[in-house]
Design a binder for this molecule. Structure first.
Ligand code: BGC
Length: 740
């Protein structure tokens, strides 16, 4: 199946042999890799004309921008991102160009990665997707995304890392480092406050500073300061009345001044809206615009971009100083020197078995066992002769669709095929569809290769499914959402928390005819589960990419012990979520985050609302017993540290992994604070009967909140608690301590 593709011999090193350069006796300084990047930037800049500088600041095709051919400075080539390397598109059109060697490995969606709570998985993900990008000669990967999960309706939650700023911060950093170890920039998106798709081009987000700094910015800050991301993508929405891609507050004040970001700011595609603001408000590279009466379909409109001729004219007339373009070009050159002009970077690899297996491993670590009454799962193949697989998502292609993260995958194993392959001759698999959603749609000229239209009535489909299910030894229902518009897909949000296509009724009926039932949800979002008490077992299966079916089958049959935990809260109903109860959603021109910092479990805790499934929840085929947490001191000084220790024992019969979570609770504070906040986690592996000690060391950053009046993080002296749990609602032990 895997035929390694021979590396293209595209020599980006052409700059070192370009005509102008070789004519000189010695290398110009900007080509001298023994010099610092900053020295090389200044030297390159000194050789460039105004026209050449401006040309670097805007697109020259859908996904590329100009280099300086005269100086041997290569073009910049971007690619989506964040789950695999997008198929080549035409120069000037979104449609794929029909290459035959651009089928990538599709990796699990970032929600799945976040659900692994395993920073090693993040590092692996970054490394392998970076290798794929490098091989395809892209120097910027448009991802990862770390917008916070504010509402379960956001059509793009599947591309992000959940509701918690600490978890997202920890998971994003190794991804970036992995990508960039290939000499490919990670472009972290969408900065900032792009928490819904509906009205994303019009909405102005009103959020208080505390929520901004405590909830919505930390993962971006970690990406910049710890991950050392080389690129950031602005968002489509507005903040304080300015578009996020040209925003004084977000880009100049926070990103550049407060965080000292030295990378390049790339606009979202079509995110720039005004020349003057784009000049002064922080964006360096403009992509995807359809400007001044030009439409999306107009070809070669690049000269009319806000940062193209209009910018050049302002520079030429002297109305805008040259230092404005120099500032941007410095950032772009820094990108170039870090990526394409780094002669030491590796060549990458693409579509390999190694990458597919990495994807499978990540998928297996991210799948979450939500419920498992009477140990219904794993399927015991020694006793199971006939398995009924029901549901459209057992066979529906999921790598195509969903917007810009749509992929042309080298292959995709469906859950049905994965189960068939795994069970082989051991068990017969019978399939019935059970419900019919809208047919799969292709994207960007890429079809799914599936014709799954079905004209039967819902009643007929349910009837057939129940017939099939009733005689089976085990029933696996595989449903959920999909990548169609209005589901888990860019550009729109879901209309409700409910499962679509009559699945609720179908699941209830299946539960009546067979008690050996596992319900598998393929989605990037929480869904309502009115049948939760009727079914014995539930698995959250995410979008798993190329190796989806194999990963899922390995968990369902018990080859792999599930170890993922939820990176966001599943509310019982929409009104349990702060954005819907208190916020203005979806807003048209104005969207107000009235729930402030009380997002996800922070709101559930505050209002004492029991979630359907909690943040941090996930079961295993084994059991874990937690000991008693101890602290190394009772009192911590402002510049000191405190260490918490707890033992965890595998009390079941098989090896498994547990994600031990540390939450900190400020018992008394001058401002309202969440009941508790995640400040540490550790995923440990334990053999049957094995016991390990887990330690967490924190300093005052784990105790701090953002004081908007002082515009700084503050840890107030007083009483705190450290809570150790298996989820945000399953706290196993706690201990009190003081901050002096
Ligand atoms: C999306 C970005 C994406 C870009 C390029 C935009 O519509 O918001 O996330 O990277 O398109 O495809």
């Amino acid at each position: 199946m895997f035929k390694p593709i021979k590396p293209f011999l595209i020599l980006l090193l052409s700059y070192s042999i370009s005509a102008k350069v070789t004519a000189q006796s010695s290398l110009p300084l900007y080509l001298d890799e023994t010099k610092s990047i900053e020295q090389r930037i200044e030297d390159a800049l000194s050789h460039m004309t105004l026209e050449e500088k401006v040309a670097m600041c805007h697109a020259q095709s859908k996904f590329s921008s100009a280099g300086v051919p005269r100086l041997g400075i290569p073009e910049n080539w971007m690619t989506d991102g964040p789950h695999g390397i997008r198929a080549e598109v035409f120069w000037d059109k979104w449609d794929q160009a029909g290459w035959t060697n651009d089928s990538c490995i599709a990796f699990p969606a970032l929600t799945c990665l976040a659900a692994s709570w395993n920073t090693d998985m993040s590092a692996l993900y970054g490394k392998v997707i970076g290798e794929e990008a490098r091989y395809r000669n892209k120097n910027v990967l448009l991802g990862p995304g770390v917008n916070i999960y504010r509402t379960p309706l956001n059509g793009r939650n599947f591309e992000y890392m959940g509701e918690d700023p600490y978890l997202a911060s920890k998971m994003v950093v190794p991804y970036i480092q992995g990508v960039q170890s290939n000499g490919v920039a990670a472009c972290v998106k969408h900065f900032a406050l792009n928490n819904q798709e509906i009205n994303r081009h019009t909405v102005n987000v009103n959020v208080d500073d505390r929520a901004l700094y405590e909830i919505y910015l930390p993962a971006f800050k970690a990406a910049v300061q710890e991950g050392k991301a080389w690129a950031i993508m602005g968002a489509y929405n507005k903040y304080k009345g300015q578009w996020a891609c040209q925003n004084q507050y977000l880009l100049n004040d926070i990103l550049r001044k407060e965080w000292s970001f030295d990378g390049v700011v790339v606009s979202d595609w079509g995110g720039v809206n005004d020349t003057k603001q784009a000049i002064y408000h922080g964006v360096d590279m403009e992509f995807g615009s359809w400007t001044d009466g030009l439409t999306m379909g107009t070809s070669n409109a690049y000269d009319n971009y806000f940062l193209a001729k209009p910018f050049l004219r302002l520079l030429q007339s002297g109305e805008v100083k040259e230092e404005e373009v120099d500032r941007k070009v410095r950032n772009i050159l820094r990108l170039v020197f870090r990526t394409t002009m780094n002669t030491k970077r590796s060549w990458g690899s693409f579509g390999t078995e190694e990458h597919a297996l990495a994807g499978r491993k990540i998928a297996q670590e991210g799948i979450v066992l939500l419920k498992n009454k009477n140990n219904t799962l794993p399927i015991d193949l020694s006793k199971t002769k006939k398995i009924a697989v029901i549901g459209e998502n057992a066979m529906k292609v999921m790598t195509v669709g969903g917007g810009s993260s749509s992929l042309k995958a080298r292959y995709e194993i469906s859950p049905l095929d994965g189960l068939r392959k795994r069970t082989g001759a051991q068990a017969e698999i019978v399939y019935a569809r059970g419900y019919a959603g809208e047919v799969s749609k292709g994207q960007d000229g890429l079809g799914t290769g599936q014709n799954i239209s079905d004209n039967r009535s819902p009643e007929e489909l349910v009837k057939e499914a129940c017939e099939v299910a009733k005689d089976a030894d085990f029933v696996v229902f595989i449903g959920g959402l999909n990548k169609n518009d209005g589901q888990d897909s860019e550009g729109n949000d879901r209309a409700s928390l409910d499962l679509p296509y009559g699945q609720d009724l179908l699941i209830s009926e299946l539960a009546k005819v067979n008690r050996n039932l596992a319900v598998v949800m393929i989605s990037g979002n929480a869904v309502a589960m009115p049948w939760v008490n009727e079914v014995p077992s539930i698995v959250q299966g995410w979008y798993l990419g190329t190796e989806a079916g194999n990963a899922l089958a390995s968990v369902l049959t018990g080859d792999v012990n599930p170890s993922g935990k939820l990176p966001f809260t599943f509310p019982v109903k929409l009104q349990d979520n702060g954005a819907h109860k208190l916020g203005v959603y979806p807003g048209n021109s104005e969207e107000t985050y009235n729930e402030s910092i009380f997002v996800g479990y922070r709101r559930a805790d505050k209002e004492k609302i029991s979630p359907l499934f909690s943040f941090g929840h996930g079961l295993s085929y084994t059991t874990f017993q937690y000991g008693k947490v101890t602290a190394d001191k009772r009192e911590m000084t402002a510049d000191g540290k405190i260490t918490f220790t707890i033992s965890v024992k595998n009390t079941g019969k098989r090896e498994g992994q547990e994600i031990v979570q540390l939450y900190i609770s400020d018992l008394k504070s001058s401002l309202p604070r969440p009941v508790k906040e995640l400040k540490g986690f550790d995923k440990i592996s334990l053999k049957a009967g094995e016991e390990k000690t887990v330690t967490f060391t924190v300093d005052k950053t784990a105790l701090s909140f953002f004081n908007a009046d002082k515009h700084e993080w503050v840890a107030e002296p007083g009483d705190f608690e450290a809570l150790i749990g298996a989820s945000s609602t399953d706290i196993r032990s706690k201990t009190a301590f003081r901050l002096k």
